[in-house]
Write a protein that binds this ligand. Structure first.
Ligand SMILES: Cc1cc2nc3c(=O)[nH]c(=O)nc-3n(C[C@H](O)[C@H](O)[C@H](O)COP(=O)(O)O)c2cc1C
Length: 308
């Protein structure tokens, strides 16, 4: 047993066994990664965005590699809330995973419907509202860009759940503090940031966009410094926990997010090339702390020394 205290609190008294989670859409429903990774060893698994009905997503090509990153336009393919409830959740419970359900909808009623359908289930630690997906024509990003709409969706979901409610923000706004404050005023217990940046790749021979949908969301190491700066800003502006996401591939990246004020982090794109990474980062964070005399991982949160 390591002597390092790794637990963190992320809203409404929810205690995670450590601050390393996996990010929505990059770890399936968790079950796909079970052969590579002890799901119960992670701080949590944020499952693929769940909508009221199943979605097939966008036509291919839906993924393209970019320098230090990846562009995706999956279009929120998922099994829908009913199959998630009856097929996926019972297995996740058996594995002892800490499950965060990422919720997606086109309008307020969709978010409410998904959360309502799952509220009575056991084995869900928190809901995370995806108000930020750039890959569907309507809904997500429009909601995610409007402080008024963010407040409205968050407040409507707050009414129907007693669980911790996390709101995931898009970086594609002029002032992320405005959208962060809107989520908190609507009742968010924690904020997850960031989702992907809108991007585009063009095939110069065909003169067409590579992705069928034209544009997609940029993720991976290319966005990490952008994400770190946004987490740093938001963590100083709000008094709820912030969960840092964007381009994490190493334990140094995890610590970087904690230092600028994230209470926990989510590992995304990196899971695709190393499905065992998230579980290894938990062990490496423990070792990193031990080697530096950090007895409690919470000592790192917001411990950045600002330059004067
Ligand atoms: C293929 C793919 C699918 C994604 N699907 C979702 C999703 O369903 N809901 C969501 O909130 N974010 C989704 N995201 C965004 C990630 O959770 C994460 O916020 C983003 O990729 C930045 O982290 P990263 O650079 O570590 O990947 C997806 C990202 C990728 C690459």
């Amino acid at each position: 047993m390591s002597p390092i205290r790794m637990q963190v609190k992320v809203g409404r008294g929810l205690v995670l066994r450590n601050p390393v989670l996996t990010a929505s859409g990059t770890f399936g429903y968790g079950l796909e990664f079970e052969p590579f990774c002890d799901l119960a060893a992670l701080g949590g698994i944020v499952v693929k965005g769940i909508s009221p009905r199943p979605r097939a997503g966008n036509p291919p090509p839906r993924l393209v590699e970019t320098p230090c990153g990846m562009l995706n336009a999956i279009g929120l393919q998922n099994v829908g809330v009913e199959r998630f409830r009856t097929e996926k959740l019972p297995l996740l419970r058996e594995h002892g995973a800490t499950v965060v359900v990422n919720v997606y909808g086109h309008e307020v009623a969709d978010y409410v419907a998904v959360v309502r359908a799952l509220e009575e289930e056991t084995g869900i630690a928190a809901f995370e509202l995806n108000l930020s997906c750039p890959n569907v024509k309507e809904g997500g990003l429009e909601i995610g860009r409007s402080p008024r709409a963010i407040r409205e969706v968050t407040a409507a979901v707050r009414e129907v759940t007693s669980r911790p409610l996390w709101v995931k923000l898009t970086p594609a706004v002029t002032d992320i503090v405005e959208t962060a404050e809107a989520a908190v005023s609507g009742g968010a217990d924690a904020l997850s940031l960031i989702n992907t940046f809108p991007g585009m790749v063009v095939d110069v021979e065909t003169r067409r966009p590579v992705l069928h949908r034209g544009t997609g969301g940029l993720s991976g190491p290319a966005i990490r410094p952008l994400a770190v700066a946004l987490v740093h800003r938001v963590a100083r502006a709000v008094d709820v926990p912030v969960i840092g996401i964007g381009g994490i591939t190493s334990v140094r990246d995890v610590v970087e997010f904690l230092l600028v004020g994230a209470t926990a982090v989510q590992v995304g794109t990196a899971n695709f090339h190393d499905p065992a990474l998230a579980a290894r980062l938990v062990r490496e964070l423990d070792a990193w702390c031990e080697a530096r005399g950090v007895a409690d991982v919470r000592e790192l949160v917001g411990a950045l020394e600002e330059n004067r």
